[in-house]
Design a protein around this ligand. Structure first.
Ligand code: D5M
Ligand code: FE
Ligand code: ZN
Length: 481
C-alpha cells in the first residue's frame, strides 16, 4: 500500500471511522497528493454529522463523481428575448417601443398611492387647478442652467415643460436619464408656468427575497473575452480546475452564469484583429467550448451574450446563434439565453443584463462613474429600465414591445461590461457586477479605465452569503463592495 494511502486510512481509523471496502477501492485510485486533504475534509464533515462510516457514496459525492441527491440544481428561464424579437420598422417601430415602455411603467407605478391622482399631460393644459396634480411620462429633455432645471415630459397625449426650482429636488432631476419614465407632482405658477414639486420614480417595492431550500452556490462571471490576447486564460483555467476540486465550496457549486462578452468577437472595434489570438468566431467558440467542457456536468451553465458576442449588436440581443456553434447548444448542462434574461436558480430570481447602457449613463449623469458600477445598477433599478437612453452609444432595436423594462423584481441583479467586479445591496436585491477575465487593454489604459479582472464571485443561494476567489497575482487587484 502506498504510504499516502496508509496515512489517510490510519487518520480516519484513529478518529474512530470505519471505511467501507468500496470506498477503499476509490481511495486507491485518487491522486496521492490529494489524499490527505480529502480524508481530512470528509472526517471533519462526517464528525459534524456524527456519522462515523465512510462509504463509496461519500467519496463519489465529494469527488464530484456523483451528485449529492439532497442538492437541487434547477434552472428555469422565465424571460428571454431570443424568440420574442420581431424588429419593428423605422418610426412606427420606435413609436410602438416607447408606447410599450410608457404603458408597462405606468402599470408598475400604479402600485403607488399618488397614481390614483394621475392625469394625462394634455388635460394639464386645459385645467386650471388650484391643487397640485400628478402626471407621468418619459423625459424627452433635461436642461440645467443657472440653478434651474427644466424638464420636458411626454405621454401619449402630449408633452409639457416643467421647471424645478427646489435645490433638493434638482439633485433628483439632474440624475434623470433621457427617455426615462417618471411621475411628477406639478403646480401652476403665477405666469402660467408649470412648476415641478416632486419627482417619483417607479423604483423597487419592499419584498421578501426568494432563497434556495438546499445549499447550492452560483458563480457569477462575465467579460471573459476569449480570443483576445488579453484574455487571462491561465487564471481562468485555474478557476475551472478549482470547480472540480474537493474544496467544500467547489463541491456545492451548481450554477455558473456568464453575463456576456464570453468572446472578444471579430470586427467589434477598429484594428481588433491585431489584438486577437483567435481570428474567427468559430475558433473563439471552440476555445470557450473546451473550457466549458472541463466544468463538472452537475453544474448548469447559463450563457448570455454581450456587445462582443455574435448575434446582433442592438438590445435586446438574441442568444448566441446556433449556426456558429451547435456544440454549446447541444450540451445538456448549458442554457443559452439572450440579453437581458431572467432565470430562476432553485427559485432565486436572477436578472442578467450585460450592461451596455452603463457607458451612456456615466457620461450624462453627475455623480456616477465607471469605478462604481453598482451605483449605476441602482439607478437602473429605480428607473425600472435596463437601458433608458435612446439614440446614444447603446443601440436599441425598434421592437414592438419594450423588453428592457425591469418587470420582474429580482433577488440578484447580475451585470458586467465595465470590467469592475463589485458587490452591493439595494432594497434587498444583491447587486453583482461580475468584473472580467481580461487584462487592461491598451484602449482602457488610454481612457484611464482600471479593471479588476480575475475575480470569481460566488453566492450561496440558501443564505445569500457571498464568497470570492481572486486569481489575479497583482495585490492591488481587489473586489470592491
Ligand atoms: O467594454 C469594456 C468597457 O470599456 C466598457 O465600459 C466600454 C469601454 N469601451 C471599450 N471599448 C470602447 C470604445 N471603443 N469606445 C468607448 N468605450 C469603450 P467591452 O464591451 O468589454 O469592450
Ligand atoms: Fe467586456
Ligand atoms: Zn461589454
Amino acid at each position: 500500500m502506498k504510504k499516502e494511502l496508509s496515512f489517510a486510512l490510519n487518520y480516519a481509523l484513529n478518529k474512530g471511522f470505519q471505511i467501507h471496502p468500496d470506498a477503499f477501492k476509490i481511495l486507491e485510485n485518487v491522486d496521492v497528493k490529494k489524499l490527505e486533504k480529502i480524508i481530512k475534509e470528509i472526517v471533519r464533515e462526517k464528525t459534524k454529522q456524527k456519522l462515523f462510516q465512510i462509504s463509496q457514496d461519500d467519496l463519489e459525492i465529494y469527488l464530484g463523481i456523483k451528485d449529492d441527491p439532497t442538492m437541487q440544481s434547477e434552472v428555469k428561464v422565465i424571460s428571454d428575448p431570443t424568440s420574442r424579437i420581431t424588429t419593428g420598422e423605422g418610426v412606427k417601430g420606435y413609436n410602438a417601443l416607447f408606447s410599450s415602455r410608457f404603458n408597462k411603467l405606468k402599470r408598475i407605478i400604479s402600485d403607488r398611492p399618488e397614481s390614483k391622482m394621475l392625469k394625462s399631460i394634455a388635460s394639464v393644459k386645459t385645467t386650471k387647478s388650484e391643487d397640485d396634480i400628478y402626471v407621468c411620462g418619459l423625459v424627452t429633455t433635461r436642461n440645467t442652467e443657472r440653478n434651474i432645471t427644466k424638464l420636458i415630459l411626454e405621454d401619449p397625449s402630449g408633452s409639457f415643460e416643467g421647471i424645478v426650482f427646489d435645490n433638493e429636488l434638482q439633485k433628483t432631476a439632474d440624475t434623470l436619464l433621457t427617455d426615462q419614465f417618471v411621475m411628477a407632482r406639478i403646480s401652476f405658477g403665477k405666469n402660467s408656468g408649470l412648476i415641478i414639486k416632486d419627482l417619483i420614480l417607479p423604483d423597487i417595492p419592499d419584498q421578501a427575497t426568494n432563497k434556495s431550500e438546499t445549499e447550492a452556490y452560483a458563480v457569477f462571471l462575465s467579460d471573459l473575452h476569449i480570443g483576445s490576447k488579453y484574455f487571462m486564460e491561465e487564471e481562468f483555467s485555474d478557476f475551472v480546475s478549482w470547480l472540480s476540486s474537493p474544496d467544500p465550496v467547489a463541491r456545492k457549486i451548481r450554477f455558473v452564469l456568464i453575463g456576456g462578452d464570453m468572446l472578444d468577437g471579430v470586427g467589434i472595434y477598429p484594428n481588433q484583429n491585431k489584438e486577437l489570438v483567435c481570428q474567427t468566431i468559430q475558433e473563439q467558440l471552440k476555445k470557450a467550448e473546451d473550457l466549458i467542457d472541463r466544468i463538472p456536468k452537475n453544474i448548469k451553465i447559463v450563457i448570455m451574450p454581450g456587445n462582443h458576442d455574435p448575434g446582433r449588436r442592438a438590445l435586446p440581443q438574441p442568444a448566441i446563434p446556433k449556426k456558429y456553434n451547435s456544440g454549446l447548444w447541444e450540451r445538456e448542462n448549458v442554457i443559452m439565453v439572450g440579453n437581458p434574461a431572467v432565470v430562476l436558480l432553485n427559485g432565486v430570481k436572477v436578472t442578467m443584463f450585460h450592461g451596455q447602457s452603463i457607458d451612456d449613463i456615466v457620461k450624462t449623469t453627475p455623480g456616477l462613474s465607471y469605478d462604481k458600477p453598482t451605483n449605476v445598477m441602482k439607478h437602473l433599478l429605480r428607473a425600472r429600465h435596463l437601458s433608458p437612453i435612446y439614440g446614444s452609444q447603446t443601440p436599441i432595436a425598434p421592437e414592438m414591445e419594450d423588453l428592457l423594462v425591469i418587470e420582474d423584481v429580482p433577488d440578484i441583479f447580475h451585470v458586467g461590461h465595465v470590467h469592475r467586479a463589485q458587490l452591493d445591496m439595494y432594497k434587498g436585491i444583491l447587486l453583482v457586477n461580475s468584473g472580467s477575465w481580461q487584462k487592461q487593454t491598451p484602449f482602457q489604459a488610454s481612457v484611464g479605465m482600471t479593471p479588476n479582472p480575475g475575480i470569481a464571485i460566488m453566492v450561496n443561494l440558501k443564505t445569500f452569503q457571498v464568497f470570492h476567489q481572486n486569481y489575479n497575482s497583482n495585490l492591488d487587484n481587489i473586489l470592491q463592495s
